[in-house]
Design a protein around this ligand. Structure first.
Ligand SMILES: Cc1cc2nc3c(=O)[nH]c(=O)nc-3n(C[C@H](O)[C@H](O)[C@H](O)COP(=O)(O)OP(=O)(O)OC[C@H]3O[C@@H](n4cnc5c(N)ncnc54)[C@H](O)[C@@H]3O)c2cc1C
Length: 354
């Protein structure tokens, strides 16, 4: 194998990093322990915004806002090239009470984000009080996005090696020399760790202060003949996401249970009960699927992006926690600027490893 870059992990972050590098002329191989795009990036809801954006620090807002702004053209280009439609859609997000109306108004005004007040009587849902509509919030359909991304990477000559687990990083003289993998020893000019919730393990003794851990999220899927909602609907940490073809996702839990992807009856009952209170028509609908994914959780939801402080040819792009799909394009932009020493579009000091 003769690659400029070895990328560890074929989730949305690994594949979008690979795509950008390939488009700039690099030879790239992605190493994936399981199959491509099958972990957190498959399991997520694909909302291209933080749930209540006003609840997050500026370091999160900068990445999610830039990521969401870059997303439509990026997704459109991948769709056009592959014929696989990731179903990017500006469906808007309705926030049901209770919420902090003043914080929402101030945040939206400060960030030039549209916000509409919706009177209780004007809403078709059985609300108790007024709600907020964020009309610019978009969504994407994760499994389709992951298929399109993989297709595009391979179409442009990128290589994805599945069932190849990276087990150790061998370094010397301030550089990574080889990766020990289940397929033997591999090396390249540069290495990028995009292993999601597993990134701290992959880094091993080179993890430094990187604290990325798995946080389980469970999701339910239903199917209506027509979309039962016009917008994504959010109430507290419960959300309902209508897809174009009538599928409805209900999520999600936030569970600190280690690398355990089991689904539970308790989560099913809790999500279903709360979703039925928002959308009573759901009571008659059979469950289509129930799954769990492991989010790559970082403190304050702030990912680690950039060059390793001790190993000059090692880079990280990991720990995007709840918003990795939203942040993907902006994170890749920052990583690539760092690799080629180009100016950054925003202050990136806080994302640096170590
Ligand atoms: C239920 C749920 C809902 C979500 N909803 C949203 C949402 O609405 N909007 C949003 O923006 N984000 C959402 N997220 C978060 C988002 O999905 C993640 O932040 C994002 O997918 C992280 O991408 P990743 O590429 O870093 O990780 P992953 O997709 O997990 O990819 C990492 C890859 O690395 C591989 N790997 C691990 N170890 C090794 C190894 N040793 N060797 C080789 N390969 C390895 C894994 O197999 C995996 O394929 C949600 C997540 C969940 C679970």
């Amino acid at each position: 194998m003769n690659s400029d870059f070895l990328i560890i992990g074929a989730g949305v972050i690994g594949l979008s990093s690979a795509l950008e590098l390939i488009q700039r002329g690099a030879k790239v191989t992605v190493l994936e322990r399981g199959s491509s795009g099958n972990e957190s990036s498959w399991a997520g809801g694909g909302i291209l915004s933080p749930l209540c954006p006003w609840d997050y620090p500026d370091e999160v807002t900068r990445l999610t806002s830039r990521g969401a702004a870059l997303f439509p053209a990026w997704a459109q280009a991948i769709h056009a090239a592959t014929g696989i439609d990731p179903e990017y859609e500006t469906s808007g997000m309705m926030v049901l009470p209770p919420f902090d109306a003043m914080a929402a108004e101030q945040w939206c005004a400060a960030h030039d984000v549209s916000l509409k007040q919706v009177k209780g009587e004007d809403c078709t849902l059985p609300l108790h009080g007024d709600s907020l509509l964020l009309p610019q919030v978009a969504q994407v359909r994760n499994p389709r996005l992951m298929r399109a991304l993989r297709n595009r990477v391979e179409m442009l000559g990128g290589s994805i090696i599945e069932h190849c687990e990276v087990r150790n990083i061998e370094a010397g003289n301030g550089r990574v020399r080889t990766l020990t993998t289940s397929s033997g020893e591999l090396s390249a000019e540069s290495i990028i760790v995009t292993a999601g919730a597993w990134s701290t393990q992959v880094l091993g003794r080179y993890a430094l202060k990187t604290e990325i851990k798995p946080i389980r999220g469970q999701m339910l899927l239903f199917k209506f003949t027509e979309p039962p909602l016009r917008h994504i609907v959010l109430q507290g940490d419960l959300y309902l996401i209508p897809r174009r073809d009538g599928h409805l996702l209900v999520g999600s839990t936030l569970e600190d249970v280690g690398f355990n992807k089991n689904i539970t009856q308790a989560a099913h009952d809790n999500l279903r009960l709360r979703a039925e209170a928002v959308l009573p028509r759901l009571c008659d609908m059979p469950l289509v699927q129930h799954w769990a994914g492991l989010r790559p959780a970082s403190p304050h939801n702030i990912p680690t992006i950039g060059q390793h402080p001790q190993l000059e040819n090692l880079y990280l792009n990991s720990g995007h926690f709840r918003y990795g799909v939203t942040m993907a394009t902006a994170s890749v932009e920052i990583l690539l600027n760092e690799i080629i020493s180009a100016p950054q579009p925003l202050d990136v000091a806080v994302y640096r490893p170590g």
